[in-house]
Write a protein that binds this ligand. Sequence first.
Ligand SMILES: Cc1cc2nc3c(=O)[nH]c(=O)nc-3n(C[C@H](O)[C@H](O)[C@H](O)COP(=O)(O)O)c2cc1C
Ligand SMILES: C=C(O[C@@H]1CC(C(=O)O)=C[C@@H](OP(=O)(O)O)[C@H]1O)C(=O)O
Length: 383
Amino acid sequence: MRFLDAGETHGKALIAIIEGFPAHVKIDIENINHLLQLRQRGYGRGKRMEIEKDRVKILSGVRNSFTTGAPITLMIENRDYENWKSFMDATQCDVDTKKVTVPRPGHADLAGCLKYEFDDARNVLERASARETAIRVAVGAVCEELLKMFGIKLYNHVVEIGRVRLTKSYSFNDTELFEQALSSSDLFCIDKEAEMKMKEEIDIAKQIGDSVGGIAEVICKNVPYGIGSHVHWDRKLDAQIAHSVMSIQSVKGVEIGMGFEAARRFGSEVHDEIYYDDKKGFYRKTNNAGGIEGGISNGMDIVVRAAFKPIPTLYKPLKSVDIRTFQPAEAAVERSDICAVPAGSIVMRAAIAYVLANALIERLGGDSAKTMLETFKRIYNKG
Ligand SMILES: Cc1cc2nc3c(=O)[nH]c(=O)nc-3n(C[C@H](O)[C@H](O)[C@H](O)COP(=O)(O)O)c2cc1C
Ligand SMILES: C=C(O[C@@H]1CC(C(=O)O)=C[C@@H](OP(=O)(O)O)[C@H]1O)C(=O)O
């Protein structure tokens, strides 16, 4: 399976084409829209989210709610396009107004202008923008529909905002807690006390014209052993997850399981010892590996964390240089999010869902989900 996406942040729409998705998967469009709405939420989002009401349109590959095996085309319209038409039209538009000539440190503006030879960062930021993550969430939501058929479920939540960490301990089996956090917390946080402090952190950033990042976690449950492979670098599941998650705008670090902490411990404190029971088969008492050993899922929960840097656009702008005059200037600012970690956690979930679906298709043979289910039952003795 593969997918391409296209679309500018203030353009007409975002589009994705998923190719190689199996037939016979039931697609509930409201499940996709639900995740799109969650991605729009989160304390610290800016004014743009008041304009957009993301809903997906399925243009191909699905008939009467079931996939046909043909390429699936997804589209999300940008409501804000109406306000930008005269600057964004493909054939004729005003390219001199809304020019961005003072690049924002931390955004793609300067590097993009240098590489693509522009004196207007608008040509870069329109595509670099995390608006693109809306369509990636739609792709991930379609993938989740396939994963659900095999009992695989993904949960996302926020564990740190700026200097504030989650203090409440939790088990990866606390799935109700994760679900509750999604429906009742506007930070997707399982800990009410930490959530209050996280909001304060965002409020402080807002008051002083700054921005703030954080860490989100995704837990994937019921992933069968044996997806991904040790045999080649680009087939390793942990590598594919890291690639997919790192490609999300503003992600600067990805951890699986114990992650960076493992580097600080002795081997005996890190590796999950192996036990065997006639009923359970092989099992572990710990999951520091985060469900992946040697690039292959080992049957434990897959646990991924990502570090999101603070948003680059600051209302109190950083120092920069005008790319036409080379004179010092303050970085550009129109409007911006202050914190996008909750939204980022949904994007992360989608990025991982795509990787897991792809690896499952490879493992089980992916033309028809019916055959996949039969193979699944045969290998794993289920059902
Ligand atoms: C959901 C989401 C929303 C974002 N919103 C903004 C924003 O409003 N303003 C901004 O400058 N950056 C925002 N970003 C981050 C930038 O898109 C990102 O930093 C930029 O594209 C440069 O890429 P890099 O951080 O991966 O190097 C957002 C990121 C995410 C994931
Ligand atoms: C539009 C989204 O996020 C945008 C990501 C973004 C950026 O620079 O990455 C900048 C902002 O866009 P604008 O400049 O139009 O206010 C965010 O709102 C979205 O998440 O759907």
